[in-house]
Structure formats: C-alpha cells, structure tokens
Ligand binder design. Sequence first.
Ligand SMILES: Nc1ncnc2c1ncn2[C@@H]1O[C@H](COP(=O)(O)OP(=O)(O)OP(=O)(O)O)[C@@H](O)[C@H]1O
Ligand SMILES: [Mg+2]
Length: 330
Amino acid sequence: MPGRGPLLSASGLEVHFKLPGESGRLRAVDGVSFEIGRSEIFGLIGESGSGKSTIARAIMCLEPINGGQVTLDGTRLDQLRGKALRRQRRRVQMVFQDPHESLDPRMTVRQAIEEPLRLGRTGSRAARRARVVDLLNRVGLDESYVGRMAYTMSGGQKQRVNIARALALEPELLVCDEAVSALDVSVRAGIINLLTSLQRELQISVLFISHDLGVVAHLADRIGVLYLGRLAEVSETESLSARPRHPYTEMLLAAEPQPRPSSHRAARAPSISGEAPSAARPPSGCRFRTRCRYAQERCVQEEPALRPLEGGALVACHRAEELELTGRRA
Ligand SMILES: Nc1ncnc2c1ncn2[C@@H]1O[C@H](COP(=O)(O)OP(=O)(O)OP(=O)(O)O)[C@@H](O)[C@H]1O
Ligand SMILES: [Mg+2]
C-alpha cells in the first residue's frame, strides 16, 4: 500500500558516543531532522567526521539513538525490536564505500547476490537463481559473471555486485554511503549513471552520502549540508548550487569543481579553509562561526535553528536573509 507523506523521516535525531578517558560525550549527530520523499534522491554532504555515516547507521537501526525518531512509511523504526524490526529493515538496504571489503572475496557472484534472498527465505532455489541473473542484468553485468569469484573483479564490477545484492530484497530506500568515493573517476561516472537509471526504473528512494558536493549535485534532487553533527542547510540541488543560503555551503561550492587527476585525491575532503573544530567541543552559538567570514557577535551567543526561508530552502544561519551568497570562487 503506497502511503502518503515522506518515505523516511528523521526528526531531532541524536547519536552520542562516550569519549574514552573523558567525561564528556561526543554528539556525533546533534538534532538532525530531514525527510526523504518517495522516489526522491536525497544527498547528504559534509566533511569527514560531520556525522554522515552515523546518520546512515542510525537510519538502518545499526546504531542506537539517544534522541529523536526515525520513521519509515509511518512506522517508528526506533521503537521496533526483533522480528518486527527485521521485517521493516529489509525495506532499507545499504551500499558501502569499499567494494573490496563489503564483498566476501571467497564468494562467487551468485552466492553474494543470492545470500540475502536465502536468508530472507525468498522463493525456491530455481526462482532465486533466475532472480540473480535478473539482478545482474539490471546492474549491467551479464550471466557469465555468476561463477566469478569476487576477488577476480575490479572495484567497479564489485560495486555493481554490491548494488545488485542491495536490490535483491526490493528495498524502497537505498542508502549509499560514499558508494563511489573509492572508485576511479571514469568508473565512478558509470556507477553514478547506473544508480540514476535504477532509481528511475524502480522508483526507489535513495539517500546518497558523500563528502564530494560535485558528485552529490549530479544525482540528488535535494541536498542536506551537514556540519559537526547538525544540518546547516537543506535545499533543492539547483537552488543550492545557484544560490547557497549558508556560508558553509558557499565555502563548499567555492572549493568545488577542480579537476582532480588522481582517484586517491578525490577520495579526500575538498580543500577548504581551516580545519573543522572537534565535534566533541563545538564552538558556542553557531558551530560554523569559527570559519565563517560573516560571523557577528550574535553568532557567538546564539545557536541558529534550521528554519525555512522564502523560496523553500531550510537554513541555520542568523544572517541568511541579508547575505548575498554565491557559489563562485572569491
Ligand atoms: N563507534 C564510535 N565511537 C566513537 N566515536 C565515533 C564512533 N563512530 C563515529 N564516531 C565519531 O563520530 C563523528 C562522526 O563520525 P562519522 O563516521 O559519522 O562521520 P562521517 O561524516 O561519516 O565522516 P567520513 O566522511 O570520514 O566518513 C566523528 O567524530 C567520529 O570520530
Ligand atoms: Mg562516513
């Protein structure tokens, strides 16, 4: 039954970690709210340590949350346990960054893709095998791959197998956490195109996580910009690129499209001014203020809430209305 409202909603999400040897807690996710619509690609971007993977794990119920709610199609996932949780969790599947590590090298492609079907006790053996071939075709690999061992394949081929595996149980939401970051630029484009066409064909929703704004902007309908465990801005992709509303988004855009020759370099965060402060001790007031060229006294005193602006963007900046930001390099 196709429901109304967003497919997934996270509201006031909190994930804290105890710091070893310290009394304080690291608020890795510190009050994050966003929604992912049906058939929508929602991009999540932010520097290393901003809490992207922790949000993904919280949504997958792999990380206990310290506050807030995660709702899938009207059902509170964070309140489910046992069998009921497993049943709902099938509806959300994940593709990880490292295609080499996420596939068991001693498994054949058939075994890897069939495993979730077997564990989910889906169909007869013959039906499962036919489904494996169908899934392979969907991700652009032919039947000849079924007997291949994972360790004999390239990163791009393995990531296609990982995507096929994630699609096996027909999820409604696919969570891709840096799914293309470890791949060479040319291979990466192929996987991005594959994800785009799969999303169109299957009408699934995607949470696409990356530190690379260029990659996210290529795919996403809307983008959430994360900074030290909080959302700085949530906007439609086009308006975010043309008219960023948060100084941090402006900074990320200004650091963008530089041709990056090496894939290793591309896997790192963009070079932007200053280091992010520790999430264990975020600055008072606006946590971005120590790197913000527009910061004023109010920004030291008062933490800005994420609020709607005219035009539909959500932004957490006291000065959003008066600033005329652009994504162009200064
Ligand atoms: N299990 C854990 N125990 C303690 N701290 C953790 C744990 N997992 C994550 N953290 C901390 O939480 C913060 C957010 O981490 P997270 O992995 O979510 O960031 P990220 O945005 O995914 O970064 P990256 O781009 O490097 O993948 C970091 O400061 C990290 O050190
Ligand atoms: Mg991560």
